[in-house]
Every structure is written in structure tokens, then in C-alpha cells.
Design a protein around this ligand. Structure first.
Ligand code: 5GP
Ligand code: MN
Length: 341
């Protein structure tokens, strides 16, 4: 902690990076650091590899964020001036796409604050705590060590990440310290009910219908392995006027059944030019989400078969090629990775 704070103290211009397809914890942890640095009078800029979903756009500071794939020159201009880089909620430069290649070319120090397993060794100093509920929890600890007076903006963004990374405190959230922290965040101005509403209750009618379609028509169940699989083609997404973020949370829903212990969700997407270049020109990218309950890790499956990773009960991966091939890859492998009890 103190090494990290010393780097921060010595820096004046600080770029903050978080992972591709930013989620609540990515946005919360990067913006939490951002507001803190601003309060110290530093020049700070959050740069995300690609757009964050609309349901996080209300977060204090979100409108100041630069999106690297569309604001590349503006972002590069800031990055080249930076005398420190802080990476939050990821531990491998591959998780930030082309921004990772840019980062590795920089000579300034790099810090990492993260809660995923197996950190790669790119940072000069890091806080890496896989047991933590969220990166926001680690940022909160860091700010407490720094004796930072939590503003309502900081409390709001940190609470958001804590809430989203624990599925509104339904997993990965048994440590009592978390609730001490929540009390502090609420006392500092986080409106927990309003944050819940802003994140989880702002979907379009099309999205709510998409959920119905997925569960009623698209869920395949593999009873022996207590597993549900849902996959959606681009054509199906188009039918429901799909917007970024609309697939969020669908993967968790099959777990509402007592008979389902594993849930896998696949969505057909377009590969970016950079992803195409790295994958032999293949235009189709399948994004996968994995969820499980209890002592049934899914991150190894995600990592070994779908080039991904993540936490034991919540992981993700990707596949370049047609959707039926990704489904087949799942069918060929799930019995090896998923338990029957
Ligand atoms: P989600 O299913 O919500 O997209 O991702 C769940 C978790 O899996 C994320 O918090 C992240 O830790 C991890 N994850 C998702 N996609 C990837 C990926 O492509 N690579 C790796 N290494 N982790 C991922
Ligand atoms: Mn996280």
C-alpha cells in the first residue's frame, strides 16, 4: 500500500486504465482512483479500451472518461505526457487490447490494483488480492491507508463496484469487513438504493423481452451436469434491438433453479480490427460468460477452452469463429470440466 502511495505522491500526470468491456467494478475502481487523484490536485485521466455500457454512464466522472478505440489520438496525447499509469481490475495487459501494447511501450512506472488470480508481471508495484470481493474494496483500503476523506463521488463509485462484482452481495461477499466498508460508504454519501436502481432497473422493454426469450426458448439444460447453456446469434440480438449491456446478468438467471449449478451464456459479436488481425482475419467473435455456485470453479474451463479466465464462480472467455463451432467446442468439453454433483 505504502509503495503504491509513494508512487502516487511523486507523480503529477496519471493515466488510469481498466479492462475491456468495463463493468461496474472496472468503472468504480478507476473512477474512485480518479476522484482521489483530482482531490490531491493531480492531473488524472481514466482511459477505457472500449465503450462502457449506458447503465454506468450516470456514474460521477464517467463523462470525463476517454474511450481508447474511438478517442485514440486524444488518449495517446494524454498517455504520452503521463508520469504514472495505474491499472485497475485487470492483471494482464492482454485484457486491455491495443491499449496494452501502448502501455508496455511506456517508460513511466506502472501500478496495478486487482483481485484476479495469477497476475502477470508487468507492474512496478501492485496490490493483488484474489480473496477481495472487488477491486473497489482494494481501492477503498488504499484510500483508508492514505487517510483520504471519502467524498460522496468516491463513495458512490466504490459502492457501485462492490455491488456489481458481488451480484448485489449474493456471492463472494461473506467477509464481515465488506459491511463495515459499506457503512462507511453510505455515511460518506453513497445512496445504495438509488445506485441499485440506476444500475439494475434501467433496461429497455426489448431487453426484458430478450430475457424472456432466452429463458423460455433458448435455454438448453444438461441435467446430469446441472448445467444450462444459452446462446444468441447476431440475428436474434438484432430482433430484440440489442444495445450494449443488454446481455448483462442473463447468465445468472438459470442459477435461480435449484437444479442448475452451472450456467454458460454465449453471444455472437463482431471482432474489432485488432482482434481480426490477431485471429487470422476471422470476423466473428463469440463472447462467453460462465457462472457457477459453490465449490464448482468455472475459470479453468474458461481459460483452457475459451482463452479467458476470471473468478471461480464468475468467468469469461472468447472464441473466434461461427457460433455453432463455439457451441460444439462447449459440447465437446463440458463433461471434462463440470462436475455432476
Ligand atoms: P462477464 O461474464 O461478466 O463478462 O465476466 C465475468 C468475469 O470473468 C469478469 O469479472 C472477469 O474477471 C472475467 N472475464 C470475462 N471475460 C474474460 C476474458 O476474456 N478473459 C479473462 N481472462 N477474463 C475474463
Ligand atoms: Mn472486478
Amino acid at each position: 500500500m505504502n509503495t503504491i502511495l509513494a508512487y502516487i505522491q511523486n507523480a503529477t500526470t496519471i493515466a488510469i486504465f481498466t479492462h475491456q468491456s468495463p463493468d461496474g467494478d472496472a468503472m468504480g475502481s478507476s473512477l474512485g482512483i480518479y476522484h482521489y487523484l483530482k482531490s490531491l490536485g493531480k492531473q488524472a485521466q481514466v482511459i477505457v479500451p472500449n465503450a462502457f455500457p449506458d447503465f454506468l454512464a450516470w456514474m460521477p466522472g464517467a463523462s470525463d472518461v476517454l474511450v481508447y478505440d474511438v478517442q485514440t489520438s486524444l488518449s495517446n496525447a494524454f498517455i504520452e505526457q503521463a508520469d504514472l499509469v495505474i491499472c485497475t481490475d485487470f492483471n494482464d495487459p492482454k485484457r486491455i487490447g491495443p491499449l496494452g501494447d501502448k502501455m508496455l511501450m511506456l517508460t513511466c512506472p506502472k501500478l496495478m490494483i486487482d483481485h484476479h488470480l495469477h497476475p502477470t508481471n508487468f507492474a512496478d508495484a501492485m496490490i493483488s488480492v484474489p480473496e477481495a470481493s472487488s477491486t473497489c474494496e482494494l481501492v477503498h483500503n488504499l484510500l483508508s491507508t492514505a487517510n483520504c476523506q471519502l467524498s460522496s463521488d468516491i463513495a458512490t463509485v466504490l459502492y457501485t463496484g462492490l455491488m456489481t462484482d458481488t451480484g448485489n452481495f449474493s456471492y463472494n461477499s461473506n467477509r464481515p469487513q465488506i459491511y463495515g466498508m459499506i457503512a462507511q460508504l453510505i455515511a460518506a454519501g453513497a445512496d445504495k438504493d438509488a445506485i441499485y436502481n440506476a444500475v439494475f432497473n434501467q433496461y429497455s422493454v426489448d431487453r426484458v423481452k430478450l430475457v424472456g426469450y432466452c429463458l423460455y426458448q433458448k435455454m438448453r439444460v444438461f441435467p446430469e451436469h446441472h448445467t444450462a447453456l444459452i446462446y444468441l446469434s447476431r440475428k436474434e440480438l438484432y430482433r430484440f434491438n440489442f444495445q450494449k449491456g443488454d446481455a448483462e446478468g442473463i447468465v445468472n438467471m438459470p442459477l435461480q433453479s435449484k437444479d442448475i449449478h452451472y450456467s454458460v451464456f454465449m453471444r455472437e459479436d463482431k471482432a474489432t480490427p485488432d482482434e481480426m488481425a490477431k485471429n487470422g482475419g476471422i470476423k466473428t467473435k463469440i463472447k462467453l460468460s460462465f457462472r457457477s455456485q459453490g465449490n464448482r470453479p468455472v475459470n479453468v474451463f474458461a481459460q483452457e477452452i475459451f482463452a479467458g479466465g476470471g473468478h471461480a464462480n464468475a468467468a469469461g472467455g472468447e472464441f473466434y469463429g461461427p457460433l455453432p463451432e463455439a457451441v460444439q467446442r462447449f459440447l465437446d468439453n463440458y463433461t471434462k470440466y463440470l462436475k455432476t454433483d
